[in-house]
Ligand binder design. Structure first.
Ligand code: HMG
Length: 445
């Protein structure tokens, strides 16, 4: 069976940054350590006045198509995953195609376009749709363009405000991919949950503490389902484990619990037995509370061992480099975690061709999905073409007053008109509203 997976990838960050320690913390009367150490975040990326989910998606897609030497006729499908859509009917992918048609001679009339919604996990679901479309033999040698794009804004003073972010990830899904090939094995953990939702409102209603517990519970179910599907979960068998990253502290919690689950009954549990004992087994306890207490104590000891810390530094920490600087990109978050790990491997000269990734996606409401990916021969060339670190360094650093104004600019219920802080240059920019309330875009040379 021919491999199907990610053949190319491009990342576009919002062009403004809010420094959490220097700017946000003092204005909120918080200790900087709450954000940098507790959440693991240093800055948020935010969109400038002329940026939104369409411009970021179109700019990432345009860069990707140019780099891969593609024309519209090479694309048979455009799927956008977002939870920041501004229209209940017309999908964002039509706007993105409209933008791209401004810069190509040809059009995308032959491409099937859609929009995927399930909180942050919809980016991975759109990859899955593309994979199935190709596997079903319906692609007629064409690739799918999958774009995860979000402006992840919270209401002012919501506890989630520190985790905001904005950016887009465009991925080309094709046969014989250059970056990673997807496994057929998948695991799901899915339940009707009320932890984070936007019932006809722009900013989410969030039960933050509960959302953390739901993330962990659904991720665990997905891991068990992936194991039941025959997937390998020995943590030492993976180059990286990219997780959905609302903030790096969330991944730190998930990694410790996941590692403990996955080493149960393996050589690693044996190796560590002298140092921290074996994992408590449920059968040995009279009540659930005692068992959970014992498991918690074991996990705390485990995550302090050199063995675990070495694994975390090698397998998880590299996936958080970008997230620390940009915040939560919702649908794009797990995809920047993958990119982040691959950039670190390139910078360090690690030989990871043929190695596996275990990818843990998650969306509130709630669903987790786990699948594996095999790193392909062409990954180094693809990853070395990325400019995300240069984009991060080039962002305009907002004062707190400017941040308040920019938040209002992107708040659908606030009226404000301010000058952009950056200048569009060779990119798509928002250009006002049309006669039916549609958003208009121009390519700025
Ligand atoms: P909070 O309640 O303001 O923060 O917001 P906190 O008091 O829990 O502190 C956070 C951490 O910082 C804690 O660490 C503190 O101890 C530590 P923990 O105990 O958790 O390990 N801390 C400090 N550390 C060092 N120095 C200090 C200091 N002070 C405190 N001085 C909360 C936290 C997650 C609730 C908030 O950010 C929130 O509501 N976020 C939005 C929801 C969210 O991101 N949930 C994550 C799981 S759900 C998900 O991922 C889906 C999502 O992406 C949406 C989707 O799918 O569409 C959100």
């Amino acid at each position: 069976m021919t491999d199907v997976g990610i053949d190319g990838i491009e990342v576009w960050t919002g062009k403004l940054q809010l420094d959490l320690a220097e700017t946000f913390a003092p204005a909120q009367g918080e200790e900087p350590g709450k954000f940098t150490k507790g959440l693991g975040l240093y800055a948020s990326s935010l969109p400038d006045v002329y940026e939104d989910i369409v411009t970021m998606a179109a700019n990432a897609s345009h860069d990707l198509m140019e780099r891969k030497g593609l024309e519209p006729e090479d694309i048979g499908r455009i799927d956008v995953a977002t939870e920041s859509a501004f229209d209940h009917s017309k999908p964002v992918s039509t706007y993105v195609a409209g933008c791209l048609e401004q810069v190509y001679d040809d059009d995308f009339h032959h491409a099937n376009k859609g929009e995927r919604k399930f909180a942050c996990i919809s980016g991975t679901q759109a990859l899955d749709d593309a994979y199935n479309w190709i596997r079903a033999g319906r692609n007629r040698d064409r690739a799918a363009l999958v774009i995860a794009t979000d402006t992840a804004l919270y209401a002012r003073d919501d506890p989630g405000e520190a985790t905001q972010g904005a950016g887009a990830v465009a991925m080309l899904i094709d046969e014989d991919p250059d970056v990673v090939a997807f496994s057929t094995e998948q695991g799901y953990g899915s339940a009707d949950e009320t932890d984070f939702l936007k019932p006809n409102q722009q900013f989410p209603s969030v039960d933050g503490k509960r959302s953390v517990q739901v993330y962990l519970a659904r991720m665990r179910e997905a891991l068990e389902d992936f194991e039941a599907a025959g997937g390998d979960t020995h943590p030492d068998n993976f180059a990286f484990i990219p997780f959905h990253t609302p903030f790096p502290g969330m991944v730190r919690k998930a990694a410790g619990l996941g590692y403990r689950h996955c080493i149960r009954g393996t050589d690693v549990e044996e190796q560590l037995a002298d140092e921290i004992g074996r994992q408590p087994r449920k059968e040995a306890f009279d009540g659930e509370d005692e068992y959970f207490e014992a498991i918690k104590e074991y996990t705390d000891s485990l995550t302090e061992t050199d063995h675990y810390l070495d694994w975390y530094e090698r397998t998880v920490d590299p996936t958080l480099d970008i997230s620390r600087e940009v915040g939560n990109w919702y649908t794009g978050s797990v995809h920047i975690a993958r990119v982040s790990g691959l950039i670190r491997a390139l910078d360090e000269g690690w030989d990871i061709t043929g190695k596996e990734l275990l990818v843990g996606s998650y969306g509130s409401g709630a669903q987790a999905e786990i699948h594996a990916e095999t790193i392909q021969d062409g990954w180094e060339e693809e990853i070395s073409a990325l400019t995300i670190n240069e984009q991060i360094d080039a962002r305009y650093d907002l004062s707190f007053d400017e941040y308040e104004e920019i938040h209002d600019v992107h708040n659908h219920d606030a009226e404000t008109d301010i000058e952009p802080r950056t200048t569009p240059d060779g990119e798509f920019a928002f250009d006002g509203w049309g006669r039916m309330g549609e958003r208009k875009y121009t390519y700025v040379e």
